[in-house]
Structures are given as structure tokens and as C-alpha cells.
Write a protein that binds this ligand. Structure first.
Ligand code: NAP
Length: 254
């Protein structure tokens, strides 16, 4: 196989959650550029992503779902398979952050992040893996982790718990499913310019402190995840299991 072939996603189908905006949109476009068809799962219209994916000559399917409700996971994957025939790649990207002091953190703030960021990703991964095993197809599952899979953070109790849990879950699933030719890995983005970080970037002091700590000297852009996402979704990573790959401009090295 040529080096280019190693990274080709031709004839693959990628299910991407939260592909309408931010990192999910960047990843969906990168996978389409590498040849994959896209099933975008989320609660908002992903028309902008659809336009780009179609302009690249790839197929695009939309599935509406509120990912706070993990009980819908099996139906989402069944729907995706009905539309696209199979799912080869799952990108568990959709996520929410709730900011509050731990002293006053509410149960709603806890449950919403744990459900969207950890519980539903598990049941989506389970439904995809069941289909991969049933169809005797190999697969790639990529969870979008965080710096708070490694660090504690502050005022982000449920987010930190969910992203730290997602890192552990990535390793657990890799152990159980490697023998089925399913690679489970995670990408841990550093600080990226998306809706998720608009409050941080708007706070002059926090923005300055964060930038000063990033060796690359700038916030990440969604396109900065393209290489890691294509690598972990393609044959190039066939012997890579259970890794949490930071794409952080050097943040963790500091
Ligand atoms: P974003 O722009 O806020 O996008 C979040 C995505 O998740 C949106 O598509 C959003 O849909 C979707 N989502 C949230 N709750 C949902 C629900 N209940 N049902 C369906 N979809 C839901 O943030 P982002 O930065 O791109 O975040 C993407 C992932 O990267 C998240 O898991 C986040 O934790 C992770 N991450 C981000 C950074 C960063 O610096 N930006 C760093 C590390 C990790 P709507 O548009 O409908 O709300």
C-alpha cells in the first residue's frame, strides 16, 4: 500500500456527532477530504457542513438527535446504517461544558455533561461495535477527550469527570475490542477557537494566561485536528489502540 493509500478513507462511512460546528465540523470536513462519506448526528441543522462535504464529492446524511438521551443511541446507529449501509468510523465529538463552583454545582449541571460527554458516547460506541462485529467489518472509534482528561481544571466538575472518564473508557474499550479489529482511541484537543471556549476567549485575563502557556503561541483551529483525525480513522493506525493523543500546541509539555 502507498503512503497515500494508508491514509485514504475512500468507501468508508464516518458517523460524526456535533458535526454542525466547531471541532466536529472540522473533523467531518477532514474525513470527507480523505474520502469518507459522512453521517452527521446532532440536534442542530448541519447545512454548512453538508455543503462542504457534498462539494468534495462525498455523500452526506443527517440524523437528528438530542445526545443527552443515551437511550436513543441504538436507534441512531441503526438509522445511520439504514442510510449509509454501514458505519466504519465513529467520532464521539458532541460535548457540553458547565462552569460553576464545586460548592454550588447543581445536579442538572452534573447530569447534562455526564450524559452528553460520557454516557451517550459509550452507548454509541457499543451500538457501532455491535454492528461492526455483526457485519464482520473492522472499525475505528475516536473519542474527543480534553486537557481535562489529564488535568483537574477549575469550576468544571462535571466536564472534568466526564472527560477523565472518557479517557479511561477509551482504554477499556480498546482492550475489549482490539481482537475484533476495532481500534478505540481518543484525541485530546488543547485550547481551540469554538463556541465551547468563547467565554474564556472573551475574558481578557484568562485569554492572556492561556495564550502565554501554549508553546505554539496561538489558539487551535478546527483544521488543526485534521491530521490526527485522519490518522486515527485510517489504516495508518491499525496497530494503535487505547491511546489519548493530545493535539494541544504543546500545552501538556509545559
Ligand atoms: P461547540 O462548538 O460548542 O460544539 C459542541 C457540539 O456538541 C455542537 O455540535 C453541539 O450541538 C453538540 N451538542 C452539545 N449538546 C448536545 C446534545 N444534547 N445533543 C446533540 N448535540 C449536542 O464546541 P467544540 O469546541 O467544537 O466541542 C467539540 C468537542 O470537543 C466537545 O466534546 C468538547 O468537549 C471537546 N473539546 C473542545 C475543546 C476546545 O478548546 N474547543 C478542547 C477540548 C475538547 P449544538 O450546536 O446544537 O449545541
Amino acid at each position: 500500500m502507498t503512503h497515500q493509500g494508508l491514509f485514504s478513507l475512500a468507501n468508508r462511512v464516518a458517523l460524526v456527532t456535533g458535526a454542525n460546528t466547531g471541532l466536529g465540523q472540522g473533523i467531518a470536513i477532514a474525513l470527507a477530504q480523505a474520502g469518507a462519506d459522512i453521517v452527521a448526528v446532532g440536534r442542530s441543522n448541519a447545512a454548512q457542513t453538508e455543503d462542504v462535504v457534498r462539494s468534495l464529492g462525498r455523500k452526506f446524511y443527517g440524523v437528528k438527535a438530542d445526545l443527552e438521551r443515551s437511550t436513543e443511541a441504538a436507534a441512531i446507529v441503526a438509522n445511520a446504517i439504514e442510510l449509509a449501509g454501514h458505519v466504519d468510523i465513529l467520532i464521539n465529538n458532541a460535548g457540553v461544558i458547565r462552569r460553576n463552583d464545586a460548592l454550588t454545582f447543581t445536579e442538572e449541571e452534573w447530569d447534562s455533561a455526564l450524559n452528553v460527554n460520557l454516557k451517550t458516547p459509550f452507548f454509541l460506541a457499543q451500538a457501532c461495535a455491535q454492528a461492526m462485529v455483526r457485519q464482520s467489518r473492522p472499525g475505528k472509534i475516536i473519542n474527543i477527550a480534553s486537557m481535562l482528561s489529564f488535568q483537574g481544571g477549575i469550576r468544571t466538575a462535571s466536564y472534568t469527570a466526564s472527560k477523565s472518564g472518557l479517557a479511561g473508557l477509551t482504554r477499556l474499550l480498546a482492550n475489549e475490542w482490539a481482537a475484533h479489529r476495532i481500534n478505540v482511541n481518543a484525541i485530546a484537543p488543547g485550547y481551540f477557537e469554538t463556541n465551547n471556549t468563547s467565554a474564556l476567549r472573551a475574558d481578557e485575563g484568562r485569554n492572556r494566561d492561556i495564550l502565554a502557556r501554549i508553546p505554539a503561541g496561538r489558539w487551535g483551529l478546527p483544521a488543526d485536528l485534521a491530521g490526527a483525525a485522519i490518522f486515527l480513522a485510517s489504516d495508518a493506525s491499525d496497530y494503535v489502540h487505547g491511546t489519548i493523543l493530545p493535539v494541544d500546541g504543546g500545552w501538556l509539555a509545559r
